[in-house]
Structure formats: C-alpha cells, structure tokens
Write a protein that binds this ligand. Structure first.
Ligand SMILES: [Fe+2]
Ligand SMILES: [Fe+2]
Length: 170
C-alpha cells in the first residue's frame, strides 16, 4: 500500500512524463513542418517513449492501492529557434526529469518504501540514457555545424540506441 506522500509524488511524475510526451510531440511537429523529417521522426519516437513512462507510473500507483490521476497538461511551446536550441531544450528538460526522479527516490528511502524504490530503479537508469543521448546529439550537431543539417537530419535516427527502444517497449 502506498503512503499518501509517495502516491502524490508519483502522480506528480505522471504529469511530468505526460508533459514530456507532449513537449516532444510539439517539437516533432515543428521539425516536421520545417522540413526536418529525421529530427521529427526521432522526436515522435521519443514522445511515444515518454507516454510509456507515464503509463508505467499510472499502472504502478494503481497496482499499489493508490489512485492515479490523469491531469491537464500545460501547453508546450509551439516554436523553436533552431535545431540546436531545440536539442538544448531536450537536454535541459531531461535534466529536470532526472532531478524529479531522484527526489522520489530520496523520499522512498526516507519513508522506507523499498517497493517503490525498486520500481524507480528502471527510471534511474533510463535517465542516464536520456541525458547521454541528448548530449550525444548536441555533440554531433557541434561537429556537423549549421551548414550540414541535411546530413544530420538524415542520420539522426542512427544515433538512437537500440537498447533504449527495447527497454521502452517493456
Ligand atoms: Fe521519461
Ligand atoms: Fe525522457
């Protein structure tokens, strides 16, 4: 049985994962209408993954005798300055999510909720992956420079770690 404090903070994470999904969907849409088909594809896949993260929390809360509440989501931005700025936003957002997950981990230790602590370990590892893949894309962008976004856009899907895809399908 989840204690109220843990249930509430897990519900906060339902909102944050759902918002992440919408944020990446908004970014994907912007990339698509601006002619970046590869970037759009990467972001559409990312948005689906975030939806699965939200579902993991929804199911876990309910399974542990809590009640997950599906919230309204804040509207994500609809315009982005450039591909570079967009991926800086992705990294910043993932760092925010990592901090958020860590906060839940800290609470579970404080209240000795080892079941939830264990459930969260998948997310702890996932965040390592998420931050490193955003960083790898920013590194690649720096290498190709502004003048070769065509090549970057063509190749971006190959930067997606195959393990990340199978993990998210769990
Ligand atoms: Fe996530
Ligand atoms: Fe993420």
């Amino acid at each position: 049985m989840l204690i109220k404090k843990v249930e509430d903070i897990c519900n906060r994470q339902v909102e944050r994962e759902g918002y992440s999904s919408n944020l990446y969907l908004a970014m994907a849409s912007w990339a698509e209408v601006n002619g970046y088909a590869g970037v759009a594809q990467w972001l559409f896949v990312q948005a689906e993954e975030e939806k699965l993260h939200m579902l993991k929390f929804v199911k876990y809360i309910n399974e542990r005798g809590g009640k997950s509440v599906i919230p309204a989501f804040k509207k994500p931005p609809e315009d982005f300055k450039s591909i570079d700025e967009l991926f800086k936003e992705v990294l910043k957002h993932e760092q925010f999510v990592t901090a958020s997950i860590n906060e839940i981990v800290a609470l579970t230790l404080e209240v000795k909720d080892f079941n939830t602590y264990n459930f969260l370990q998948w997310f702890v590892m996932e965040q390592v992956e998420e931050e490193s893949s955003a960083q790898a894309i920013l590194d690649k962008l720096r290498l190709v420079g502004k003048n070769n976004l065509y090549q970057f856009d063509r190749d971006i899907m190959s930067l997606r770690a195959p393990s990340a895809q199978t993990q998210s399908a769990e």
